[in-house]
Design a protein around this ligand. Structure first.
Ligand code: HEC
Ligand code: HEC
Length: 273
């Protein structure tokens, strides 16, 4: 608990520092994919003794990507840290020339970007047609008030996930997140109801059925409760959709950023995911 309060205070300090820094010069090399890529190569050569490859978590230093909270937000603040290190920690001064440091800055900003920060190739309108048509996504997901409720609302998914994670949700089996565990119950009257377990404890079960109705059961009223290990979310869309449909679907999801403004405000504090 103490640690948590401590890190909040640090995050707040970071936010203040970063807003003071927004007027400092931005990356003179820009942030094109080419610059970010040369930064990635430099980073992997120079920094992975402590940080993980490609900005992931390392043995001796934290991840620099969007998977955690971080304190340095602006390009200038990241430049400062990479150039001069962080006093009082093992984070060293890199000793690299400014140009190389700026390339690494572009790379770090790039790995932190969410899908909606990028220009993702594909036709958004066709992607929406796939979502409601052959993809059958709208049976389970809502975008701007249209669709099903079994899966999470995707109206701001582009601002929540980076592009790689977004693609993985469609193509890779992942552990079932809390609140989405599939469950099938049989009542004492012999009726079978299946859906996802929104909430459960030893005495009660909140079940959201496939039509979107919420049932609250006393577990004593149930003959059986069987949980499944696999999410209802299919994860083979790169195979069941055509290459064009898949590309357009991803492009459409990437621009879903209803809460973009809020996400950007949070981004100013860099509340990583
Ligand atoms: C000797 C180990 C070591 C090496 C090498 C190293 N780092 Fe670090 N780095 C750390 C540690 C430890 C921290 C966390 C410091 C702290 O507690 O704030 C850190 C923090 C950072 C941060 C700040 C993260 C934040 O929360 O804002 C950035 C950016 C960073 N490193 C980039 C780099 C880059 C780029 C390189 C290579 C040029 C590099 N580091 C090389 C150990 C290292
Ligand atoms: C049978 C219902 C169902 C269908 C069909 C379905 N999903 Fe899902 N989806 C879910 C559920 C439930 C979750 C939450 C559990 C999980 O992540 O595995 C989920 C999770 C997701 C996530 C991750 C959301 C997050 O916040 O991390 C994305 C993105 C997604 N689905 C997109 C799609 C797209 C695009 C389609 C159509 C191509 C689709 N889903 C089809 C049920 C479904």
């Amino acid at each position: 608990m103490k640690l948590f309060v401590f890190s909040c205070a640090l995050a707040a300090a970071g936010a203040i520092a970063s807003s003071a820094q927004t007027k400092k010069p931005a990356n003179p090399l820009g942030d094109s994919p080419q610059v970010a890529e040369s930064g990635r190569v430099l980073y992997n050569r120079t920094c992975t003794g402590c940080h993980g490859p490609d900005g992931g978590e390392g043995d001796r230093a934290p991840a620099l990507d969007a998977n955690r909270r971080y304190f340095r937000v602006s390009e200038a603040a990241i430049f400062e840290v990479v150039k001069h290190g962080i006093p009082g920690t093992v984070m060293p001064s890199s000793g690299l020339p400014d140009n190389d440091v700026w390339k690494i800055v572009a790379f770090i900003r790039n790995v932190r970007a969410t899908a909606s920060d990028l220009v993702v190739p594909g036709n958004v309108q066709n992607g929406m047609a796939v979502f409601t048509g052959p993809g059958k996504c709208s049976g389970c997901h809502m975008i701007r008030g249209q669709g099903g409720v079994l899966g999470p609302d995707l109206s701001s998914i582009g601002a929540q996930l980076n592009l790689k994670k977004l693609q993985e949700t469609l193509t890779k089996e992942r552990p079932v997140p809390n609140g989405y565990r599939p469950v099938e119950v049989v009542t004492l009257q012999g009726e079978t109801i299946s859906g996802i377990a929104r909430n459960s404890d030893a005495f009660s079960l909140q079940l959201l059925d496939k039509k979107g109705a919420l049932h609250l059961f006393d577990t004593k009223e149930l003959r059986s409760i069987v949980y499944a290990d696999h999410s209802l979310m299919p994860h083979n869309y790169d195979k069941v959709l055509s290459a064009d449909q898949y590309r357009d679907l991803v492009a459409m999801l990437a621009v879903q950023a209803r809460t973009k403004v809020r996400a950007q405000l949070q981004g100013e504090n860099e509340i990583g995911r």
